[in-house]
Design a protein around this ligand. Sequence first.
Ligand code: SF4
Length: 67
Amino acid sequence: MECKRDKNLKNCNCSYDPCPKKGICCECLHYHRKMRQLPACFFPPEYEKTYDRSFELFAKLVSEGKV
Ligand code: SF4
């Protein structure tokens, strides 16, 4: 199966521009999962830009109804 990087980039909100994984969602997900984190696209823009991608922040945002 061919990588759909160009298509994926249209849905990528990650503001960390130097990352080589942008648009390669499988690598992005595995990278963050290993660190108990989620990819940028799980977070609203104001939280995404803090680069705190922790499960804990995501759970807090869910409990506050922000995602
Ligand atoms: S969420 Fe992380 S791995 Fe994914 S593109 Fe952004 S910085 Fe890279």
